[in-house]
Design a protein around this ligand. Sequence first.
Ligand SMILES: [Zn+2]
Length: 404
Amino acid sequence: MDLPRRFRWAILLLLPAIASLHGSFSIRAEEPAAVEDGKRAEPLFHDSHFHLSNYVHEGIDTSRLLELMDDEVGRVALFGIPLMQKWDYFVNGRRRPGYYLESDAEMYYYSFIDALIARQYLRLPEKERQRFDPFIVGFNPTDMNGKQHIENVLKTFPGVFVGIGEFSIHKELVSSKVAGHVASVKNPAVDEILDLAGDTGLLVILHCDINEMRAVGEEPAHAADLRELFARHPRTSIIHAHTGLGRFVGPTANHVALLDEMCRDHALDHVAFDISWDEVAKWVVKDEETVKAWADLINRHSTRFLFGTDAVAPKSQESYLKTYHDYDPLWKLLTPEASRAVRLGNYERLVDAARRKVRAWEAENLGDEDADEAPATIPIRPAEPARKAAGSGIAPSGLAEAGR
Ligand SMILES: [Zn+2]
């Protein structure tokens, strides 16, 4: 990266602050980010939902990700996947499954992923770290000890993490494949975790399907329990991933109305929603009527929705940006203010608040002993050029990009 480009990024990252001071910064919705001298004046979006590695913890490293982001993507919420797909010889023999739909074998929580993500963050020079916001995922949400893992990660890697997630409670074919007790919104272990997030300021990205794979009745099966769960944790900043939709869980006729109701309910002012995943985009842009209904919803509650790719270790920039372009019909119908909020502003507001709070919690709660041993304080070898980085950290793999 040459000097002028670094300088440009410094300005770009400061733009929102400057804009909020003057209150006059807006761009036209049809042209989310004008191109000057072949370079964007500001990124297309910040990615609020990104998996650096897949279900067997292989993927790309942060140097490669920076290449894919280029000027198109400003900042990225960085995480792995909490679960490991077991390679059970007696089920799959020599064929190694890389995705949960490729084996009947169970999955288990792979806590070491948080150390791998921290390492991928810490290997970068400070300037490039500013473009990443790492999240903790390697805890078991059915275990009352889950919150202890989160505390241990904060103590081991102070100055690194800003949130927890994406972790899953109800998720189509995944939930029942996980070893041990099935996760549930009724489990008090989840309350413990959300309480800790409230105490520490960690931003939460929670995946919980709003319905069963086959719709049961007119109301989505988990909608009421989820609302109660959210309402029990008003101090915790929560992003409900995919608004509860997914590959197999489609919207009920009242889905947009339910979201509208939740956005109006002041007991849920701390809850936002991401529209990440191409499997979610397919429901939103299904036809003119659906995209209009979603655009009206988001224009009405523009501070409550975030865009994310939900990409899993993408191999090319084209595949990385696919979900963004799937939403082109939606971007066209949003007001300039709403479009910018969903693509950039809401990420900055929620993630920057989490960054500040978690750093303050660490300063107050981690003793000198923890600080002395903190990996963040020891010199970290700078990232190697992406071409050479294949063997360091999370290795590129033919299994990457299998989906989420
Ligand atoms: Zn995801």
